[in-house]
Design a protein around this ligand. Structure first.
Ligand SMILES: C[S@@+](CC[C@H](N)C(=O)[O-])C[C@H]1O[C@@H](n2cnc3c(N)ncnc32)[C@H](O)[C@@H]1O
Length: 259
């Protein structure tokens, strides 16, 4: 995992596309008027703004481990309370009706994810909701090619342990969360984002999945890595009729209602 901070500016280059799953996840949350909501891994506040629009009367907080993300979130939504905290040690100060998390839990190690979710659900009242979404894209060309380039250049030794763990399967998630839940709803959506060109795919993943691969490299290796990656993307993603490219992006959604 990269130790460098996230860049809110890089992340927000594709704000509309990245916020779409937050809207789709929230649409499936069966709560009319939750008193207290926490956006876990709120990033620059884009997912928090979606929560605030649906629940203007709720008390909403956002937390994230990135100082740069939190700095941006505070500017974007000055009336909301944001804090720099790590999910793995976070505990809410009082009972939370809705834990919401868009595109965050994939960044935790596989063995940490479910225990963090269960720990937080354990603090929720009956009827509370834990809703999260994670990308399910490790087998997409965008990510397969990232791993291939990492394994085949002069940087192969430096990058040999880099890469995030596959997420738990829907069956594993269900089996783990059902004992705490009255219902566990799981769904998967594949988005097809039309991007300007192949360089835009690089820009997209530079804000997220590519960070652990390029952050440890020296500037000249970083440039060579990105050039080779771009070349492979150009072969893998055909151009559309208008010269754009379609980035396939499957995502997994989970909405669990506390027993
Ligand atoms: C892909 S962004 C998602 C941002 C926002 N929720 C959204 O809907 O676009 C992932 C966020 O997870 C945060 N993150 C990663 N690991 C974390 C951890 N252990 N604790 C808290 N936040 C974490 C990152 O700092 C980053 O802001």
């Amino acid at each position: 995992m990269s130790n460098k901070d996230w860049s809110a500016a890089q992340y927000l280059k594709f704000e509309d596309e990245r916020t779409m799953p937050a809207r789709d996840l929230l649409a499936r949350v069966p709560l009319q008027a939750p008193k207290r909501i926490v956006d876990l891994g709120c990033g620059p506040g884009n997912s928090t703004a979606v929560l605030a629009a649906r629940y203007p009367d709720s008390h909403i907080e956002g937390m994230d481990s990135s100082p740069d993300m939190i700095k941006n979130a505070k500017v974007a939504l000055p009336h909301i309370e944001f804090s720099v905290e790590d999910l793995r040690s976070y505990s809410p100060s009082s009972s939370v009706d809705l834990f919401f998390s868009n595109a965050v839990f994939q960044w935790l190690k596989k063995e940490e994810r479910i225990s963090v979710i269960k720990g937080l659900m354990g603090t929720q009242p009956s009827g509370g909701v834990f809703a999260f979404q994670v990308p399910d894209n490790l087998m997409e060309p965008s990510h397969v090619l990232m791993r291939e380039v990492a394994a085949s250049g002069p940087w192969a030794v430096t990058l040999r342990t880099v890469g995030r763990d596959f997420f738990q399967s829907p069956q594993e998630i269900y089996d783990q969360l059902k004992p705490l839940s009255s219902e566990v709803n799981i769904f998967r959506t594949e988005y097809h984002h039309s991007l300007e060109d192949h360089k835009a795919i690089v820009e997209w993943v530079k804000g997220t999945g590519l960070r652990p691969y390029v952050d440890p490299l020296l500037p000249q290796d970083k440039e060579a890595f990105l050039n080779e990656y771009l070349k492979r993307l150009e072969s893998a993603y055909p151009k559309l009729i208008d010269g754009r490219v379609l980035l396939g992006y499957p995502r997994l959604f989970v909405v669990a209602v506390k027993k």
